[in-house]
Design a protein around this ligand. Structure first.
Ligand SMILES: [Zn+2]
Length: 325
């Protein structure tokens, strides 16, 4: 017998899964003012036996340090350890890698100046979230902004694992060490940010350590492969990391894969029809309004689609210029 309870925490939803006498919390909860108290109340004052963070983003793993301080084990996908152990963008190399990506994408000087400011602002916000004793100002998604004190997970999961019959499935893409959880005989999928009710997560620009330096992690090819893996999982009900649980998990997975295909087809057709282009050139061709207003989001989405086309041998890049194959 399995039992599940959704716990709404601002824009996030955590889940208490009870199975075979084990109480497992899916996601640590985000760390806004009052979140810890609300979560403890929802759990009836009794801590879970184990917390599994689906991934290392601040809204899914923000209370990890708090649970660790309480002596509750927190499990995490191994490749996400850098996300919980230190705030993002604090090293000069990581900030430089983000800027170098924007330069390589063909962003014009005015856009690059804006990108530089944005990286500096994100860097400072991440430092404050990690170090400040107070909660920062919010953007309205949670009651206040989120803190994210760094922590070391008690177990780093490499590949798949299981706790008390709850499967932990490696689903890299959204982050390098992203996990989803499954209770197979109930048809339940705890999807974190892998599958959300009303939105597809943007493919992020992210870097992982490689050979003493940093290498860009191709988000969308991994994300799509993880969805394809879950498409065969026989899931009927999805418990997402944001919003309400919903039925029709398999249909939602098929829908998400279909949207990825359509966006990629648009990029491929543009490269075939109008010729090679930089990432920035494709932004201007396909999303001209967004290219000026929300360059980073638009360009990182297109980069994701190009990565997927390259993965399939349908596009190739030379000196920043992408062409169809
Ligand atoms: Zn996330």
């Amino acid at each position: 017998m399995s039992d599940v309870r959704a716990i709404a925490l601002g824009d996030n939803t955590a889940y208490l899964v009870q199975r075979g006498g084990t109480r497992l919390l899916v996601d640590t909860g985000p760390d806004y003012a009052g979140a810890w108290e609300a979560l403890r109340d929802a759990l009836g004052g009794e801590p879970p036996d184990v917390v599994v963070a689906t991934h290392g983003h601040h809204d899914h793993a923000g209370l990890g340090a708090r649970w660790r301080a309480e002596g509750v084990p927190v499990w995490l996908g191994a490749a996400d350890a850098p996300l919980t152990e230190r705030p993002p963008l604090q090293s000069a190399a990581e900030a430089a890698a983000h800027l170098a990506w924007a330069e390589g994408a063909g962003a014009p000087p005015a856009t690059l100046a804006h990108v530089r400011e944005r990286i500096a602002a994100r860097r400072e916000a991440a430092r404050l979230a990690a170090e400040s004793p107070d909660h920062p100002d919010g953007d309205g998604r949670w009651p206040t902004g989120l803190r994210y004190p760094p922590f070391r997970a008690s177990a780093l999961i490499d590949g798949d694992a299981a706790i008390a019959g709850v499967e932990l499935l490696a689903a890299p893409g959204h982050t390098p060490g992203n996990l989803v959880l499954a209770v197979r005989e109930e048809g339940w999928l705890f999807s974190g940010d892998q599958l959300l009710p009303h939105v597809d997560p943007l493919p992020a620009i992210q870097f992982t350590a490689a050979g003493g330096g940093l290498a860009r992690f191709p988000t969308l090819p991994r994300f799509a492969a993880s969805l394809e893996r879950l498409a065969d999982g026989g899931f009927t009900r999805c418990f997402p990391g944001h919003g309400q649980p919903f039925d029709g998990a398999a249909e939602a997975i098929a829908g998400a894969l279909g949207r990825i295909e359509r966006r990629c087809a648009r990029v491929r057709e543009s490269l075939r029809g109008a010729g090679p282009a930089t990432v920035h050139g494709l932004c201007e061709r396909l999303y001209p309004r967004a290219a000026s207003r929300r360059w980073w989001q638009t360009a990182s989405s297109l980069q994701g689609q190009l990565d997927l086309l390259e993965w399939r041998g349908e596009a190739a890049e030379r000196a920043g210029l992408w062409e169809a194959r």
